[in-house]
Design a protein. Structure first.
Length: 253
């Protein structure tokens, strides 16, 4: 079986799967849907775009392979080894973007608000609104999130950003804070790019969580995931102090 460059990036299951990054148990594709069905669903969730999508190229390559189910299952585990069930209620509220992929997003000092629209045992819908600085202007993007089942991978977040035709999904969640909310959340796409990290408190993130997140992103290939494809991808940690004025401004919107 011929392995394409992107597959060699992603098919290696991390050796640190049991190193303390597990939240709620290791997911097993097939509990409710097959891994192939998951990637079919994901591809269908991408908005039409005139630009080439490496994400869709990857998905189509997986689905066209004669060993699609096995490859898809490995990809699934490689992405979701550090997360279990997601409690959507704990995702709601205000998020600060503390890590971004600047080769995709040119904006800075982004803040997002998640608001629950509908929720039951296995499904949920919520709205998202992101405010960012673009030069001397403020821009905002309206998106939505859905939960379509109990498995990891069944929470998808469409930001509404024109550079993000495909949705993100959470792959790691921080501890629950005193308000009952996840303290931070790592979001990515099937190629591990773009990747962003959202936190409830950017200054607390710097003090309490940055080191573990930085280690996680570096250890599991999220810092330069497309190097073998000669695609420039980096992640950038936000200077929270430099964004304080913008954060205060957003409160008045």
């Amino acid at each position: 079986m011929k392995i394409r460059p992107w597959a060699s990036i992603l098919l290696v299951i991390p050796l640190g799967m049991a190193s303390g990054f597990i939240t709620g148990g290791i997911p097993v594709p097939g509990r409710t849907v097959s891994a192939v069905s998951f990637f079919q669903m994901y591809g269908a969730s991408c908005a039409p775009s005139t630009k080439r999508s490496y994400t869709l190229d990857q998905i189509n390559g997986v689905l066209a392979n004669i060993d699609a189910e096995n490859i898809a299952a490995k990809l699934f585990r490689n992405l979701y080894f550090a997360i279990g069930d997601v409690e959507v209620e704990r995702l709601m509220g205000k998020w600060y973007m503390v890590v971004d992929s600047p080769t995709v997003h040119s904006e800075q000092c982004s803040v997002s608000y998640y608001s629950l629209v509908d929720n039951d045992v296995y499904t949920a819908t919520f709205s998202t609104r992101q405010y960012s600085l673009a030069g001397n202007s403020t821009v905002n993007y309206n998106g939505y999130g859905i939960k379509i089942g109990p498995d990891p991978g069944q929470v998808l977040i469409n930001t509404g950003h024109p550079a993000d035709p495909c949705p993100y999904f959470p792959i790691r969640l921080g501890s629950v804070d005193e308000r009952g909310q996840y303290s931070y959340m790592i979001l990515t796409q099937p190629l591990k790019h773009p990747t962003v990290v959202l936190a409830r408190d950017p200054l607390d993130f710097e003090l309490s969580h940055r080191a573990e997140v930085e280690d996680f992103l570096s250890r599991y290939g999220f810092t330069k995931p497309l190097a073998l494809l000669n695609v420039n991808t980096t992640v950038h940690f936000t200077n929270a102090s430099a964004c304080l004025d913008a954060y205060l401004f957003y409160k008045n919107l």
